[in-house]
Write a protein that binds this ligand. Structure first.
Ligand code: AVJ
Length: 327
C-alpha cells in the first residue's frame, strides 16, 4: 500500500499522494474522443495550472452567479450543514481546486481530517499547503487523482464517518446516468453511516444561463480554448488556437449548457501521428453542465440509493446545496 508522503515544504499537517493518470492512458483517451462522430474531450482536461487559474477567474465574473450564490448558501447555513455532517468526520472533496469553499465550513464543522482530491497536481499542492498553514489543527491528506476513476486512496485514510463534499455543481459535468453511477460509488465509499454535501445548479432562464457561460470579458472563451493548448502538450498535437472559437449555449431540451470549440475553417490537425480532420463549422464538444430542478435532482439521488435529508437554496433559487444520506 502506498504511504502518504510528507509535504516537501515544511507543513506537519499536510500529506500528499499522487495517482495522476498515466500519460499513455490519457493520450489514448483524448485521441479516442477526437475520433468520434461528434468530437469530444472530457472537461477534466481543462484543469492544468493555467486552466485552474482561469476557472478561478470565472468564479469571480459578474455573470457567473453559481460560485458567489453557493458561497452565500454555505455561509448562511454553515451550522445546519455542519450538524448534518457531525463533527470529527472525514471530509473528502473531489475536484477541490483552490479549496476556497471548505474554509467556510471548517471552523463550525471541525472535521478530523480534510481530503482534497484534484487532477491538477501543482495547484492542489499549493492550495493544500496554504490551507495547512491557515488551519494548523487540521490534518490534510491531499490526493492528485482523476476522481471519476480512482478511489483507491480511501483505503489508507483514518477511521471515521466519511462525508463527501462536492460543491460547485461539478456533478453537472456528468450525463445524468453517469451522475447516478458516481453517486452510487460515493455511497459505497461513505458506507451506511456516511453522507454527501453537494452543490447543484438549478434550471433557470436561458438568458441568465447563456450569459454565465459567455462572459463579456471572454474568460470562459479562454478557459475553453485552453484545452487546445492542453492537447498540444499532452498529444504533441498542432492545434492552432486562432482557428477555433468558443461556443456555449443552453440546450433547453436536455437542460444543459453545452460548450464547444468550433473550427472556423476546414483543416486537418496532426495529433500524435494521427490526422484529425475538421469540416468548417465542425465542433469539439468540451463540456456539458446539467441544470436540475430540485425534483429532478431528488430522482437522480433516489436512483443512486441515497436520499435528500436537507436542502438549502438562495432567495432567488439560483443554486441549491443538499445533504444526502443513505436511503
Ligand atoms: C466547474 C463544472 C461547475 O459547469 O459551471 C464554468 C465549469 N465551465 N464555466 C460549470 C465551467 C464554464 C463549471 N463547473
Amino acid at each position: 500500500m502506498t504511504v502518504m508522503k510528507q509535504a516537501r515544504r515544511k507543513a506537519r499537517n499536510v500529506m500528499f499522494r499522487d495517482e495522476h493518470p498515466d500519460l499513455g492512458d490519457s493520450r489514448r483517451e483524448i485521441l479516442a474522443g477526437l475520433q468520434k462522430n461528434q468530437k469530444a474531450v472530457n472537461p477534466k482536461w481543462f484543469y492544468d495550472e493555467r486552466g485552474s487559474q482561469l476557472f478561478d477567474q470565472i468564479t469571480r465574473l459578474p455573470e457567473y452567479y453559481p460560485t458567489r450564490t453557493e458561497v452565500g448558501i454555505l455561509q448562511e447555513n454553515r451550522r445546519e450543514i455542519s450538524a448534518c455532517c457531525g463533527s470529527g468526520c472525514l471530509f473528502i472533496e473531489p475536484g477541490s481546486g483552490s479549496s476556497e469553499k471548505v474554509r467556510i465550513l471548517l471552523e463550525t464543522l471541525r472535521p478530523s481530517a480534510y481530503v482534497p482530491v484534484d487532477i491538477s497536481a501543482g495547484f492542489l499542492e499549493e492550495a493544500a499547503l496554504k490551507l495547512g498553514d491557515e488551519y494548523p489543527w487540521l490534518d490534510i491528506y491531499a490526493v492528485c487523482a482523476d476522481f471519476n476513476r480512482s478511489w483507491s486512496y480511501v483505503d489508507d485514510l483514518p477511521e471515521g464517518k466519511r462525508v463527501v463534499f462536492y460543491p460547485g455543481s461539478t456533478i453537472g459535468n456528468l450525463e445524468p446516468e453517469a451522475a447516478v453511477g458516481f453517486l452510487r460509488r460515493v455511497r459505497e465509499i461513505t458506507g451506511d453511516s456516511g453522507g454527501v454535501v453537494i452543490g447543484v445548479d438549478t434550471h433557470k432562464s436561458t438568458e441568465r444561463l447563456n450569459a454565465a457561460y459567455n462572459d463579456a470579458a471572454g474568460v470562459t472563451a479562454d478557459f475553453n480554448l485552453n484545452v487546445l493548448r492542453r492537447m498540444n502538450d499532452l498529444l504533441d498535437a498542432e492545434f492552432d488556437e486562432d482557428s477555433f472559437r468558443h461556443h456555449a449555449f443552453y440546450n433547453t431540451d436536455l437542460q444543459r449548457i453545452e460548450m464547444h470549440l468550433v473550427s472556423e475553417r476546414a483543416q486537418a490537425v496532426r495529433c500524435n501521428g494521427a490526422m484529425v480532420e475538421f469540416a468548417e463549422g465542425e465542433t469539439i464538444h468540451t463540456e456539458n453542465s446539467y441544470k436540475y430542478t430540485i425534483e429532478d435532482f431528488a430522482e437522480l439521488v433516489d436512483a443512486a440509493g441515497l436520499a435528500l435529508q436537507q436542502s438549502w437554496m438562495d432567495a432567488d433559487e439560483l443554486f441549491s446545496v443538499h445533504y444526502l444520506r443513505v436511503a
